[in-house]
Structure formats: structure tokens, C-alpha cells
Ligand binder design. Structure first.
Ligand code: PMP
Length: 298
């Protein structure tokens, strides 16, 4: 993620990653009381490097902090400018950008009164790879929204994601799929889920999931391409009868399921609407024109 030449942004300054320090008595380190974002920059068709949906990510960054009472005194436009500067200082074009809001020393459970902000970036390929995913239904549920601000992209919440993801890998799968506390399909450890049935796309409504920015983009793309979409709660049994399914997220982009709990789907991925949306998403982030008729489907 970094080497001796890497530059990061911390509290208004650009510093060498190897020279930047943090306090070991920080509340964020001890209690996972921090908020982060995951953003991508792309070298667009015009050759210009652009951060995809930067405003939406920083709006969520702010909302995530506010939801868990981490004071947010940052100017998002200045943070976006800092992201571009970090890219430039590290000669990065296609990169993953990680802002982190964290709190100073405090061993109590009182909400923070001050916040630090860090922005770093690194070269990261497709997070879940390019191959179709062999997914398992996790034995872990997503945290109950009555126990946590589930819509806040908070660091501590990701212990749940690590447990689910590691369980899947230990059992020989590529990724986990988690249910919500009522037994409906919620999301992956780091991605939202969609499925296709009879020419229509479905995804869980907000409430028990992270409101993904890629999810919102896929919904927009469905509207643009005339693909019918419905947000609804559904069970794993219903999902297993689907024609196809996919995960989407900033790091993962759009990536199809090969199988769920060892069971294949009704349609080959190459013929699915997900495949069309995968190409449309790639075109959107690269600011290329996309026509549904030109989608490469088998
Ligand atoms: N759900 C979870 C639990 C995630 O960690 C992510 C990744 N941020 C997503 C969904 C997808 O969100 P986004 O599209 O904004 O990256």
C-alpha cells in the first residue's frame, strides 16, 4: 500500500507515509471508533484523471461521522482537492483512495470532541478479481440496525465483514453473502447485491444495508438503459431461483456470481443483464459512451 516515497494527506498537510504518526492511545484504535471511505479514480476517455462520484463519497463520509457523533469540521471541496493532490504527488492515475476520520487519545466511551483526517491512495486492481464468484451464505448476520448505525461506514462495523469474508475463504469460497436480522438477504462484506429474474433486476431496499454509491449508480444505469428494477426484500431461497446475480461496490465494481452455496444460476453470466450493467458501469466511470445494443453479450 505504501513505500518510502508514498505521500499522504493528514490534517491539512502532505507528508511522507513513513514519517506520519498517530497516537497509540487513540479512541479509534482501541474501539474501532472511526469512519472511512473507499473511492476510485480513473483515467477517463479524455485522458484526464477523475475521481468517480467524489462528492457523493464525501457527503457519505460526513454523514457517516455525524451518525456516530464524530465531529465533522472539514470542507469537502478542500478534501476532494487534497485527494487529487495525493494522486498527483504519488503519480497515480487509476487508484483507490482511502479517507479516514479518526479520533484523538481518549480511553472513555464518550463521543469524540476532535477529529483527525487522513487521505491515502494506492494502486488496486479489481478487489474481488475478474472471475465469477463462488459465494456462500454466511453464518454471520449483518449487524442489527437497532444495535448500530448500519448506514455509517464506520471502521468497527468491518469486524463483521472480516469475520464473514474469512469464514467464506476458509470454506473454499470466494466471498460471503450476509442476511439481515430478519433473515432477508442484505449484502456482501464490502459490496451490495443485485439479482435478475425474468428480465427484471432486484436489490434490497435501504434500511439494513450500506447505501452503496455503486448501488445508486447501477440503479441510475438501469433507468438509463430501460432495464426494469425493483427494490424489495427477498430471501436466500428466492435468490437461488434467480437467473443471475452480482455484487457491486467501489472496490469490486460489478462482478457476477458463478454460484451460490455451490448452486449455479439459471442463465450464463455472459447472457445476463448484469453483464450489460458491468460494461455500462465501466463505460460510466471511464466517461465513455455506452449503448445497450453494443453490449457484448453471448
Ligand atoms: N456494502 C458494504 C458493507 C460495503 O463495505 C461497501 C463498500 N463501501 C458497499 C456495500 C458498497 O458501497 P460503495 O458502492 O459505496 O463502495
Amino acid at each position: 500500500y505504501y513505500n518510502e516515497n508514498t505521500i499522504l494527506y493528514i490534517d491539512g498537510e502532505f507528508k511522507k507515509a513513513t514519517a506520519a504518526t498517530t497516537d497509540l492511545y487513540g479512541q479509534s484504535l482501541h474501539y474501532g471508533y472511526a469512519v472511512f471511505e473507499g473511492i476510485r479514480a480513473y483515467k477517463t476517455a479524455s485522458g484526464e484523471v477523475k475521481i468517480f462520484k467524489a462528492k457523493e463519497h464525501f457527503d457519505r463520509f460526513k454523514r457517516s461521522c455525524e451518525l456516530i457523533h464524530i465531529p465533522y469540521h472539514f470542507d469537502n471541496e478542500a478534501l476532494i482537492a487534497a485527494c487529487y493532490k495525493v494522486l498527483e504527488l504519488n503519480n497515480l492515475q487509476e487508484a483507490y483512495i482511502r479517507p479516514l476520520a479518526f479520533c484523538p487519545p481518549n480511553m472513555t466511551l464518550k463521543a469524540a470532541s476532535e477529529t483527525h483526517v487522513l487521505i491515502c491512495a494506492w494502486d488496486w486492481g479489481a478487489y474481488l478479481g475478474e472471475k465469477l464468484l463462488n459465494v456462500m451464505t454466511s453464518s454471520y448476520e449483518r449487524p442489527n440496525p437497532k444495535a448500530f448505525k448500519i448506514e455509517s461506514k464506520s471502521a468497527g462495523l468491518y469486524v463483521n465483514s472480516i469475520l464473514a469474508s474469512q469464514e467464506a475463504k476458509d470454506k473454499g469460497f470466494d466471498e460471503a453473502l450476509l442476511l439481515d436480522m430478519n433473515g432477508f438477504v442484505a449484502e456482501g462484506p464490502g459490496a451490495n447485491i443485485f439479482f435478475e429474474k425474468d428480465g427484471k433486476i432486484f436489490t434490497p431496499p435501504p434500511g439494513n444495508i450500506l447505501p452503496g454509491i455503486t448501488r445508486a449508480t447501477v440503479i441510475e444505469l438501469c433507468k438509463e438503459l430501460g432495464i426494469p428494477l425493483e427494490e424489495k426484500l427477498f430471501t436466500i431461497e428466492e435468490l437461488k431461483k434467480a437467473d443471475a446475480a452480482f455484487f457491486c461496490g467501489t472496490a469490486a465494481e460489478v462482478i457476477g456470481f458463478g454460484a451460490l452455496d455451490g448452486q449455479a444460476f439459471g442463465k450464463p453470466w455472459a447472457e445476463s443483464l448484469g453483464k450489460v450493467l458491468q460494461q455500462a458501469y465501466k463505460a460510466k466511470v471511464l466517461e465513455k459512451e455506452f449503448k445497450r445494443e453494443e453490449a457484448k453479450v453471448a
